[in-house]
Design a protein around this ligand. Structure first.
Ligand SMILES: [Zn+2]
Ligand SMILES: [Zn+2]
Length: 332
């Protein structure tokens, strides 16, 4: 089998390696597509030797002896993260990302920019017949987006602002729309991404031409958005989120801004704001996201703008860093 390995900052190499041996409760999956996530881009830049690539689909080519619900030939997607179910946080019913084992799981994870990946039976979800492998590669980022919208406690009819229309922002806008948002506004700099949001977002503010805070204030009669999703992970959007949320509104930080951000902390008090963050999702969100796509409640097809072979993975990451278009899928 072949796998993309991190071999330095912004350097991946394709290496031959032996097929993984399976535990009794594991299956071997031939990867069809694996999407590039924003978190993969961070790892690529840092040269972090953590497994990259977790948004993937494929078919089962081998099953361990204790596997009962899956067969060779099944078309599947894999829920890459799980909680231990036993630690303090899990006993409180906390999100998967707060589990003591969460980062350990990430350290052990091999990544899916490779021809074959193994997974435990409980991680594997069979795809509905009408779902393509490409669509299935977007279940994981849709799960993140669904979790963000649930966390926001957005109500039907609420005015939503999505700052940044990368793949996650695009999906957050679609999920918010599907779950009953009233007006959805977004901000973005890239022309291709502005185009991708057509028909989903009521108005995309081109930040090259218009001040996003002024325009959203204007669109909301000076009140601001009920819910703001920060999906760009930049200093500017983090600051804007506080300025364009309404009094008593909620900000959900979806992307990760690793830079220090100067914010008027007092405005959280004075505007009565709720500010939320999260890593990963809650038990059951993955199935719900799969159903949103499978039932046609959200259309992910327009976001499938680029497919590239494993051999071109460095080029694919460079393209992803340019911040254009939809999701880049790697086909191993
Ligand atoms: Zn992801
Ligand atoms: Zn736990």
């Amino acid at each position: 089998m072949r796998a993309a390995m991190v071999e330095g900052k912004m350097k991946l190499a394709i290496r031959e390696m032996p097929e993984p041996s399976l535990d009794k409760d594991e299956v071997l999956i031939r990867v069809q597509y694996c999407g590039i996530c924003g978190s993969d881009i961070h790892r690529y830049k840092w040269g972090a030797a953590l497994g990259i690539g977790h948004e993937f689909s494929g078919d089962i080519v081998k099953v361990g002896p204790n596997v009962t619900s899956l067969n060779v030939g099944d078309r599947v997607a894999v829920e890459p993260h799980h909680s231990c179910g036993e630690c303090y946080w899990c006993r409180q019913g906390a999100e998967i990302g707060l589990c003591e084992e969460f980062y350990l799981g990430i350290e052990r994870y091999q990544g899916a920019f490779r021809t074959h990946v193994k997974a435990r039976e409980y991680q594997v979800h069979k795809l509905p017949d009408n779902m393509s492998y490409e669509q299935a590669a977007l279940i994981e980022p849709t799960t993140i987006s669904l979790h963000a919208v649930k966390l926001s406690e957005m109500k039907e009819g609420d005015t939503v602002a999505v700052l940044g229309l990368g793949p996650i922002g695009q999906l957050v806008a679609r999920v918010a729309r599907a779950l009953g948002a009233g007006q959805v506004y977004a901000t973005e700099a890239s022309r291709s991404r502005i185009e991708l949001a057509r028909g989903v977002v009521d108005e995309v503010i081109d930040i090259n031409a218009t001040d996003p805070v002024d325009r959203i204030m204007e669109l909301t009669q000076g009140r601001g958005a009920d819910v703001v999703f920060e999906c760009a992970g930049s200093i500017a959007t983090a600051q804007q989120s506080l300025a364009l949320v309404r009094k008593g509104g909620t900000i959900v930080a979806v992307s990760i801004c690793f830079d220090w951000v100067d914010i008027p902390f007092s405005s959280i008090v004075l505007k009565g704001l709720t500010l939320k963050g999260f890593v990963c999702w809650s038990v059951g969100d993955y199935e719900s996201a799969m159903k949103l796509i499978g039932d046609g409640k959200i259309d992910v097809d327009p976001l499938l703008t680029c497919r590239m072979p494993l051999a071109d993975i460095n080029e694919a990451f460079e393209q992803a860093m340019r911040g254009e278009g939809g999701t880049i899928l790697i086909k191993p």
